[in-house]
Design a binder for this molecule. Structure first.
Ligand code: PAF
Length: 286
């Protein structure tokens, strides 16, 4: 696996891969890798693809400076994991490569998405602009044919799909297919997250109630009873930001008479660590 931090060298490697008839498959990350990230690599690693992973802890998407400062970093281990998994090139840009000048922030409004800006948008002001801006910039540099994002960040994934649709429709981008990666969980159902590394054993136990609570929403007659049941199953030690049942295409909370597929979403704090998770569920109807 090659490691590249200069844009000129990145472009040279991409040109060579294309000349060899390869498609460019891209796995963006912020490092502190776990099995969830590696499963994204597995989705695109095949003989037709030249797989590029990036590690860039994007300051623009952290609304909380202490979250940015404490974000776990493990570059040496990450590079070995990616290499062992068959990644062809690891892009490790310096901030100046991503933001050579003050970035023109892409806001969710700019991409005319019908995805709700509540939930993470409400609790982390500016977060999605930071994500959309860095993802668009990375797409500009890497020009991927395929890019993979995990379903654990479900609202982020929906907004990135909107970003790509908008850029394709406005001729801003060449065809690009977004692939979705399933959430990977530990043996107790806790969604893997880079932030789990900051939990002590007691906090891990507390965090494991999140998945149980979200799972309990499945098959309930309506969103209200699903939310009530789920909240009663969450550890009292968790400081909840939200637990919502939303409609999958728009992330709008569903109303009382809704029936069908939905997503149960959680965000909250275990100690100082903010975790999110979600489960695809079905609301049976009254
Ligand atoms: O999901 C993440 O790790 C980040 O939000 C992403 C997509 C790499 C952008 O910084």
């Amino acid at each position: 696996m090659k490691q590249v931090s200069q844009v000129a060298q990145l472009k040279q490697e991409i040109a060579q891969a294309r000349a060899a008839g390869k498609r460019i498959a891209f796995v963006p990350t912020m490092g502190a890798l776990h099995a969830g990230h590696l499963s994204l690599v597995d989705q695109v690693r095949n003989d037709d693809n030249f797989v590029i992973a990036s590690i860039f802890v994007n300051p623009l998407q952290f609304n909380d400076p202490s979250d940015y400062e404490n974000y776990p970093q493990s570059l040496g281990v990450d590079a070995r994991l990616l290499s062992d998994r068959g990644v062809d090139l690891l892009f490790l840009p310096e901030p100046e490569a991503i933001y050579p000048e003050k970035p023109n922030l892409i806001t969710p409004e700019d991409i005319e998405s019908n995805v709700s800006l509540g939930l993470e948008g409400e609790y982390r002001p500016g977060h999605f602009s930071g994500v959309l801006t860095v993802v668009s910039r990375l797409f500009d540099l890497i020009t991927p044919d395929i890019a993979v994002f995990g379903k654990k960040d479900a609202q982020q994934l929906a907004l990135i799909k909107s970003l790509v649709s908008h850029q394709l429709a406005t001729g801003r981008r060449m065809p690009l297919k977004i692939i979705e990666g399933e959430t990977v969980r530990d043996d107790h159902g806790l969604a893997l997250s880079s932030r789990n590394a900051r939990l002590n054993p007691e906090q891990l136990e507390i965090a494991r109630t999140i998945n149980v609570a979200l799972g309990a929403c499945d098959g309930k007659a309506d969103a209200e009873s699903a939310i009530e049941t789920a909240k009663s199953m969450l550890s009292d030690e968790i400081k909840l930001d939200y637990l919502e049942i939303v409609e999958p295409a728009t992330f709008q909370p569903v109303s009382g008479d809704y029936e069908g597929s939905a997503i149960a979403l959680f965000a909250g704090y275990v100690g100082q660590v903010r975790l999110i998770d979600n489960r695809e569920i079905s609301i049976k109807g009254r």
